[in-house]
Write a protein that binds this ligand. Structure first.
Ligand code: FPP
Length: 257
């Protein structure tokens, strides 16, 4: 259903057994999509924003509650200046058209990643989107922007080290849970499934800590073409996985006596 017609959360039933709560997506393939059409890469990125709008609606329709998408990595700064400028303009492009609807429909928006390097205007736009939706709790949209999994782990380590240095924590207090509470994703459950369209099969520094037990689904579609049917197919692939979290499968437990 079109993003404009369908509320992301309208009538969203309680999570069905087997549905993932948290889906993360590496939105990849904008450049190739544009190239195939003889268009500049910038138009691929703009088409990527439209795919994001469709996918937020599709996620809510498919009973997902958390969606985390990779919009700009700490490594993307090495792209040509004109492309970086276009990528920097995407949050404004998205929020200008969609923030009122997201706010109305119960979506909480969080932009995770470093603020350093972003323009003052972009930081203001991000803070505004977060503040406007801070009271919402029906659907959680995390946009990773100027984000890198390694950078986020370093930032979390720095925050904890500062607590130790000031006497508010001791090194032996640190557990996996406490460490995770210092990451940019604190408050979100870890992703159940990480999807990468475009045929590439790697994480590219996305949610490195959080990915520990995520199922990985790779799809042969370029991000600007992504929509409801692709997300549905990815969730079906996920539903067929046997998640064991390091333990034995149920059959093997019985066989082991
Ligand atoms: C990777 O594809 C994609 C990006 C670097 C940008 C992704 C951003 C969007 C889809 C829009 C995000 C919207 C907001 C609101 C931030 P690529 O350019 O590397 O594609 P290629 O591998 O085909 O060249």
């Amino acid at each position: 259903m079109a993003a404009e017609k369908q509320s992301p959360t309208a009538g969203a039933p309680a999570e069905e057994a087997g549905s993932p709560l948290h889906v993360a997506i590496v939105m990849d393939g904008n450049g190739r999509w544009a190239k195939k059409r003889g268009l500049p890469r910038t138009l691929g990125h703009r088409a990527g924003v439209d795919a994001l709008k469709r996918t937020v609606s599709a996620a809510a329709e498919l009973n997902v509650r958390w969606l985390t998408v990779f919009g700009f990595s700490t490594e993307n700064w090495s792209r040509p200046a004109a492309e970086v400028a276009e990528l920097m303009a995407l949050p404004k492009r998205y929020f200008e058209t969609d923030i009122a609807r997201l706010e109305r429909e119960g979506v909480r928006v969080r932009v995770i990643g470093r603020r350093e390097g972003l323009s003052a205007e972009l930081v203001r736009i991000i803070e505004d989107a977060q503040a406007r939706t801070a009271h919402n709790d029906r659907f959680f949209l995390n946009i990773a922007f100027n984000y890198g999994g390694q950078a986020d782990i370093v930032d979390a380590a720095r925050r904890f080290a500062a607590e130790v240095a000031s006497g508010r924590a001791r090194p032996e207090d640190l557990t996996e849970q406490l460490f995770a509470s210092h990451l940019a994703t604190a408050g979100s459950p870890p992703p159940d499934v990480i999807i990468r369209p475009s045929g590439e099969q790697r994480l590219s520094n996305f949610l490195l800590w959080e990915a520990a037990y995520a199922e990985l689904v790779y799809q042969d579609v370029l991000w600007p073409d992504y929509g409801h049917e692709h997300l549905k197919a990815a969730l079906e692939a996920f539903a067929g996985r046997d998640r064991r979290y390091g333990a034995l499968a149920a059959d093997d437990v019985l066989a082991a006596g």
